[in-house]
Design a protein around this ligand. Sequence first.
Ligand code: PMP
Length: 400
Amino acid sequence: MGRTGWRERIAAARAEREATSRVRVRRTVSLRDGARCLVEGRSLLNFCGNDYLGLSQHFAVVGALQDAASREGAGGVGSHLVCGHHQLHDALERELADWLGAPRALLFGSGYLANLAVVQALLGDDDVCVQDRLNHASLIDAARLAGCRLRRYPHGDAEGAIRQLRSMPDGAALIATDGVFSMDGDIAPLRELALVARVQKALLYVDDAHGVGVVGPDGRGSVAASKLGVNDVPLQLATLGKALGGYGAAVLGDEDLIGHLSETARSYVYTTALPPAQAAATLAAVKLARTEHWRRGKLEELIGRFRERAQRAGLELMDSQTPIQPVLCGDDAGALAMSQWLEQSGYWVAAIRPPTVPEGRARLRVTLSALHGVADVDGLVDAIAKARDRARLGLTGADV
Ligand code: PMP
């Protein structure tokens, strides 16, 4: 046998990705202007970002960031429990808690870190984490890192969750689910899951990275949209880098749970606090998200228009009423060719392939934003239909 050479190993992995159309490419963006940006010299309309409400460039958000940075500096300076916890963090935590209807919020460096924190702080070797099969990668990683038993149930299947929990009656149990699923755009059956959690004495944790700001009354997310509160969903995640246009995340819950996380979650304790200027920017963004209802109204109109036109063009959509609107393509090479052809037509739409989505479910993941106009959406649908026709003829993105 002998030791495997790591260079051969990464070369083989790269060759495998190339052979299966699964190479991942990083693109460089400049000059963001509304939904338009320059991508390596070409002006594209961005249909793959998460700036759902269009707040990342809002003058009040950018102004708050500039003002706070000029007073407080650019960095976080230290971790929260040492010297990094700033008044602006406190103010943002209070605002988020008030908006989302929880006693307390705790800020994290990112949604990824927050998910690691929740599962690691609550579960150990003898415990179980039950998860939807389509949960975000950070929740899966969180359970693996926590060392607990991880069991996955079929997508959206609360009965599957209860079966998993019944088969493991010992230890503490956490049910973790995306609120709005990041690749499919549908909403988890939270009322059923809350019932399962109650019956099984499990804690329900909802990762609402794509729901907060976008769905529910006043944009309060999928928990509020499901008419649930903190008693049913003791912990939820809001990310600050999507609808709120900034960076970071917050976990919301009661005093006991949040206090426990703040002292024991390793990805809270052992990392630098968010820059206070980022907290100031998000504070401004939350105020806009709470009050400017027209942004959600516009999104709703664009979602309806996209779906109606896409269905008329014979595109295969999924059951989503959120700004995440996947167009199924089936095979990976077809999805990639369509995305490349769309780029040449001025539209930036990501081709999402396995392992991010299940085998045979490669897709164009269209995301809509209040920054888009009706004409942008109409043009996109026409371009996707053309790309689909070209892919059917076996043309690639290079065959312009
Ligand atoms: N959860 C979900 C459902 C997500 O889609 C993402 C981001 N793609 C995250 C968590 C991670 O959030 P962040 O980008 O803030 O790390």
